[in-house]
Design a protein around this ligand. Sequence first.
Ligand code: SAM
Length: 268
Amino acid sequence: MFDSASKLSYPLIWTWIPHILLGFGIIFLIRKWAGNYLRQLFFASTYNKMLGTYHVTCRELKRQHFDSMKNQPSTDPVLRKKGALRILEIGPGPGYNFEFYPPNSELTVVEVNPFFEDQFFKKQADHPHIKMDRFVVGSAEDMKDVPDNSIDIVVSTMVLCSVGTVEGALKEIHRVLAPGGKYYYWEHILEGEYWWVRMIQHIASHRLCPYQFVFAGCKLNRKSDEIIKRNRVGFSHIDQQRFRTPQKGGFQAILIFHSSHLKGIATK
Ligand SMILES: C[S@@+](CC[C@H](N)C(=O)[O-])C[C@H]1O[C@@H](n2cnc3c(N)ncnc32)[C@H](O)[C@@H]1O
């Protein structure tokens, strides 16, 4: 019985092999040619479902963090007269931060994922107190469209986890800030307390882990706190704190892998 079954299965396996190879080949080609496109499309289409609750939970904490922005005088005399600021946000996604910006602010954004543009402008329509300057599709590590010393405030929330290198983004942020300008950041970072969370963060951050497709290259194990503190770009003052975002039960407990956070203000 066993012999005849195994004799039968050998020729069958040989007929499967070309199909299996073809399947792998197609997956490889899709990844190579359309991987980034599909990843960005998927991320932008599912972002609100995946992180909507996070934004509700953190809303008041973020409001407090951004509150001091209103005391910053613009270095542009015309804007200063109007009590307005020139703000650059990197990686705004669908635009959850509009509500934290002082009235009359002029906003430029640099966003690598073009599929967020429609959602962003829809949200902007609900915040007419913000004047949109430009939506640049590009990367924070190379903001050649933004002149040196031209920005009063740079903002990033949960972006340093995804940029090519944190150092490259910081160099550009420092370049575009006017002297005395401020960089407000709110980022998730490598877990400090629980070793098992750290271990899963390292696994999820490997480029072959499916999490990298679903969350468009978000690295859960970034040590942005240490990199900013090293201050290779030369901020004159850095004020930052680690904290944990509020935790909830049920399915949302999964946010433990994402709950170790950093907030800070760096001054040029
Ligand atoms: C987790 S989302 C955060 C979105 C938004 N800041 C928020 O708090 O809801 C990360 C965002 O950063 C963008 N991003 C990733 N890498 C980037 C880069 N190198 N330059 C600019 N934006 C980038 C992504 O496209 C995405 O919109």
